[in-house]
Design a protein around this ligand. Structure first.
Ligand code: PLP
Length: 388
């Protein structure tokens, strides 16, 4: 059968993730040091795992409310109120989702009519553009540059806005660059969103992972922004809970209601054991998060120093757990660099081009890897540079 005619055109048109393609090459090979997949190397803290086990022991194996357990939504509302300084009503303005991934999909499907433009800054997380296309939107990327530490400048955003712009997607700290926006830039972006009546979809999944004592500021907390912002957050990164598949969206009630309708008919609810674990994470997880952040901080400083010393210019990212060194001086494309590094030294890092055209010439190295492996990886990378 000719399946190409059977697959929906908008799905056929999207590429597979460049990260997946690259890591299929790595799978099954012995002795590889991976700076690849953006996943904490820490196991979920024990007290959080225990909460999931207790959930099973108590026989809590049922569906929950479509919106999620009210006790969890109340805890999310408290946490978001304290951490992001934005108040959301737990019964009506919080939706528990299967990871931030589902929340992105729900938000886009709830907001977009075919052809509506969604602006996002690039390099960016691999799912943004495909998620927009799958929701029948039109993806409009705004390139960010090393000179601006990969942050989104309001002037550049202004150039991308058209009468068809409906949604602005933000992600600070950013995957893959670790970029953070200054308060001044965030304010400039908020002013544009208000002026052009845009809904802002802000993915703040790395917000606890800010370094050098910097405080994370959400665009949702700026004056006039709560009413036009969907704040997405989850447990995968800061709490090392990727496998629990748990996230949430906070937004004005009519938007949560629209997202909930899609969630209700497609996912029904997030798993109850993960919701119980997330409740424990919010109530008692802060010390473990602080410990992991401290470890990431040390690793970030180590990598930035070593990369710059070996001649790969690398800005110091303010957050997340990625560094994004500039490999243009080697004369290799980012894909060639990554492939040859893998072949020669067994070190896997992701070509910057996997995160959009403006990532070309860079390499994403994830430092959610133990410091001993990072040391070996840097020695190997330096040796590799000496051969090209
Ligand atoms: N958003 C960003 C920016 C990410 O980097 C990731 C995972 O790497 C996700 C969302 C997906 O998160 P979740 O595990 O909550 O679906």
């Amino acid at each position: 059968m000719d399946y190409s005619a059977k697959i929906a055109r908008n799905v056929a048109s999207i590429p597979r993730s460049g990260i997946r393609d690259f890591f299929e090459l790595v799978q099954g090979r012995e002795g590889i040091i991976s700076l690849g997949v953006g996943e904490p190397d820490f196991v979920t803290p024990w007290h959080i795992r225990e909460a999931a086990i207790y959930s099973l022991e108590r026989g809590q194996t049922t569906y929950t409310s479509n919106l999620g357990l009210l006790s969890l939504r109340k805890a999310i509302s408290r946490y978001v109120g304290e951490f992001f300084e934005v108040q959301y009503d737990a019964p009506t303005e919080v939706l528990v989702t299967v990871g931030v991934s589902e929340a992105i999909d729900l938000a886009l499907r709830a907001l977009l009519n075919p052809g509506d433009e969604v602006i996002f800054h690039e390099p960016c997380y691999v799912s943004y553009s495909p998620s927009i296309v799958m929701a029948y939107g039109s993806a409009v990327s705004v390139e960010t540059s090393k000179e601006d530490a990969f942050s989104l400048k309001p002037e550049k955003l202004a150039e991308a806005i058209t009468p068809r712009s409906r949604v602005l997607m933000l992600n600070f700290p950013t995957n893959p660059t670790g970029a953070c926006a200054t308060l001044e830039d965030l304010q400039g972006i908020a002013d544009l969103a208000i002026k052009h009546d845009l809904i802002v979809l802000t993915d703040e999944i790395y917000s606890e992972l800010r370094y050098d004592g910097e405080k994370h500021v959400s665009i949702a907390s700026l004056p006039g922004m709560k009413e036009r912002t969907i704040l997405l957050h989850g447990f995968s990164k800061a709490f090392a809970m990727t496998g629990f598949r748990l996230g949430y969206a906070c937004a004005p009630q009519p938007i949560i209601e629209a997202m909930m309708k899609i969630h209700q008919y497609s996912m029904l609810c997030a798993p109850i054991m993960s919701q119980n674990a997330a409740l424990e994470a919010l109530e008692n997880g802060a010390p473990a998060v602080a410990k992991m952040r401290e470890s990431y901080h040390q690793r970030r400083d180590f990598l930035v120093k070593r990369l710059n010393e070996m001649g790969l210019s690398c800005h110091t990212p303010g957050g997340a757990f990625y560094v994004f060194p500039d490999i243009r001086g080697t004369g290799l494309s980012s894909k060639e660099f990554a492939m040859r590094l893998l072949e020669a030294e067994g070190v896997a890092a992701v070509p910057g081009s996997a995160f959009g055209a403006s990532g070309e010439g860079f390499l994403r190295c994830c430092y959610a890897t133990g410091i001993d492996d990072l040391r070996v990886a840097m020695d190997k990378m330096e040796r590799f540079l000496g051969t090209i």
